[in-house]
Design a binder for this molecule. Sequence first.
Ligand SMILES: C[S@@+](CC[C@H](N)C(=O)[O-])C[C@H]1O[C@@H](n2cnc3c(N)ncnc32)[C@H](O)[C@@H]1O
Length: 196
Amino acid sequence: MRYFVIVGHKAVTTGDFRLDDIAGGAGRLDILVRCVNSAFFLSHEIRRDTELFLVLQGGCDAPKTVRFAGDELRYLNPDERSTSSLIRNALLKKVDNKEIRSSPGIYVSRSSFENVIAALSERGKLIYLKEDGTDVRDCILPQDPVFVISDNTDLTEEEELFLLRHDPEKISVGPFSLHADHCMILVHNEIDRTSS
Ligand SMILES: C[S@@+](CC[C@H](N)C(=O)[O-])C[C@H]1O[C@@H](n2cnc3c(N)ncnc32)[C@H](O)[C@@H]1O
């Protein structure tokens, strides 16, 4: 499996945003929607071996995590508007202590960044994607990597400290600071080249 955790520091946690305002009123949800695209879309297929965790930390009902399970996904299309709508549907669900299913392959919970990292550290090796990490081409990526990526701002000091306590590998995908969704394509590609 390939796991991705994306932190949306200001991304909304309630479903009352407008689909034509995902980059503004929805707290840069557009970044996370593009990450959905990069996580799953091949030209004519969906990557079924991938699971994506969007950790939403904005608004009055934070935190919430929307989880996309590639092996169950249906109704996912490449356009940002329909993906935003799937996320909005998930955020409109009433959610208490337990994760609930919003639509096929899409789940919502009240999990925080710390909850998600702690749970995934049991499933695979954490990899902190960071500009000053070791070059990905000098590493052998582990089985079941769990990539942790921030949005348009870096992880906060507290988030980074928590992550570092779980002993992640810190890996860079190249010499420039890139958008989160572009980093995802690059690491998918690195794995694809060695595993197919
Ligand atoms: C747009 S960047 C975050 C902001 C950026 N660090 C800055 O100061 O402007 C989004 C995220 O992508 C990841 N990232 C960006 N460039 C990277 C690189 N060259 N190697 C590894 N990860 C990278 C990091 O997780 C980063 O937090």
